[in-house]
Design a protein around this ligand. Sequence first.
Ligand code: GLC
Length: 747
Amino acid sequence: MKFKAVLLLLLASSLTVNAQKDKKKSQIKPRKEFISELMAKMTIDEKIGQLVQFTADGTITGPVSGDNYIEQIKKGNVGSILNATTVKYTAELQKMNLENSRLKIPLLFGYDVIHGYRTIFPITLGESASWDLKAVELSAKIAAAEAAAGGVHWTFAPMVDIARDPRWGRVSEGAGEDTYLGSKLAFARVRGFQGTDLSLNNTILACTKHFAAYGAAEAGRDYNTVDMSERVLRETYLPPFKATVDAGVRTFMTSFNEISGVPATGNKFLVNGILKDEWKFDGFVVTDYTGMNEMIPHGFAKDEKHAGELALNAGVDMDMVGGIYMKQLKKSLSEGKVTEAQINDACRRILEAKYDLGLFEDPYRYNDAKREKEVIYKKEYLDAALDVANKSLVLLKNSNNVLPLKKEQKVAFVGPLVSDEFNIIGSWAASGDRNGFAVSVEEGVNKIITDKSKISFAKGVEIVDAKRDMIQNAINNAKNADVIVAVMGEFENMSGEAASRTNIDLPGIQKEFLAELKKLGKPIILVLLNGRPLTLEWEDKNMDAILEAWWPGTRGGDAIAQTLYGINNPSGKLPMTFPRNVGQIPIYYNHKNTGRPYLGTADNEQKYKSRYIDVDNSPLYEFGYGLSYTKFSYSNFKVSSNQINFSQKLKATVEIANTGNYDGEEVVQLYIHDKVGSVTRPVKELKGFQKIFLKKGEKKTVEFEISAEDLKFYGIDMQFAAEPGDFEVFVGGTSATTMKLEFELVK
Ligand code: GLC
């Protein structure tokens, strides 16, 4: 494990060193001077042109607008293009722009590089299950290096939307339900994409999205209404966005949804108020895809011109695909509905980003065909994708240690995804290859098991289609095996954008097929390939082991095979709760206690409790949960004092021993509970975690520090502050830990 960690560190640092060789001494004037002089020459049409983004036709990521982007580029009306990639294509469009524009302001190329550009890493929800900030940063760093080599200047990532509803397909793109974990991961991703120097030609602009609270869409239905108190907005949903501002993110994207009646794209309180004034954000803000136009169906804008005025007055700098700023802004200016100062500010922010990328010095600095060939699919990138995938898998069940498999066992691999190399890279997989380059489970197993008589592969059923004509063949294979491994799940497009589901069971007749297999009386291991938590109560009862693999990316089949055969010991922990059924949603660990808390089965005789009468009220698998092939035991949990004041720090220490038979990693988690506040507080809040490696038999002491800073919240007066009082502090390998001590915060 250590050797691999060293390799990854070397890879991370080499990404910076290589780029330094390409860094030219700046030949142009300092930014402020350069941009002031440029803007002094620009007409109002040219300034508005910088605020306009159109989509090329490389990928379609939304309702396509009628405007022909080539024609608009030729008119010099465009500041940015999205969905154009490769050195060749972006160079072509850049040339067209430079040859047809008076002031030769370079185009900015944006693209959804969410979890990889060509080398695809696990979907973000999967990466988040690694709880490994270094791995997540490296993943983004590699994505940026490949995208930059492919002509891309700007990624529309990280997506940092906190989400507590797995019916919402876009949970696949985020970091799950927790604000603290989400904030740490958001910071790491921005640092990965942007590095600390945008002038290096293997770093790209990041874009924090979707601002804001898009993950709180009512009923998990995409684009649906969001309505919440300012306290919940600020305390639960905004911190990951703020974390990216602290990380130096250069762009933001407004979300499609309204928040308490005001669409984000026209939300002055949110964009100008919180982002630009309160947080001093100095980058630029782009709408989501035609998000500006959608304020008309929202019933917030009466027409496109009004929508443009609302957006610019709210602080939105660039119009993604809507065509409104291009067509309407000049008229709005002449009517005094917007000011030239607003247009100048938006234009300056965008020009500054282009300047910092080095595009004015060399508009083609991301267009090096030789570098494109050398960088993309580098072996060390593909190996890093395997390592991150291995870290993201979550072992949910392992009865009688049926895992890891032994090479001498006869194993029947079945299920609709057993040989899949198309879906395995998940949704939002940028320019990832879906035609055979990604490693399927079958391919990964074949690399490990040389005696082919030990393994068989048969789909049995489809993902959704209820065809039964392949079942018998799969059953026959399984009859001759010692162990059955069922590789099942969703289609990749059953999560991601516009992919909400009211039923989050395994689709189709997959569960029926498992029941057939169960009749054979052999151990069954269920491997899940999916983009969201699923409802697995029957599977949890009837499967001997369950491995959550999410969409593990280009090397996904290798990671799954290496984990099944014990080459990798799974260390992932759930970033999002798995409910028992859809009726429990929303269900999350950091909930409020209510005045009639249900304290588990002991309370079953008590009628008047906050619970459902028809289900076990606990989640099926809780936030922070994940098993290992080894065992970790916690002891000697101590705090340095039972009291701290507002300037002191409390030290919490705990000893963890690897008491099992495998080396492994454990995510040691620290939670607090503020027992009484001027407003009610969650029963638990994650405030720290450390992922540690322990050889079998090894033990380590882990230390956390807690200060009043960690205990702040928005009190009754909406001031962000800690309040004196009694606290509980918990440590453990899951949010369900009961290992608890107490301390008091005193004035
Ligand atoms: C899509 C998505 C957004 C993406 C954008 C550009 O509609 O909402 O996440 O970055 O359009 O593709």
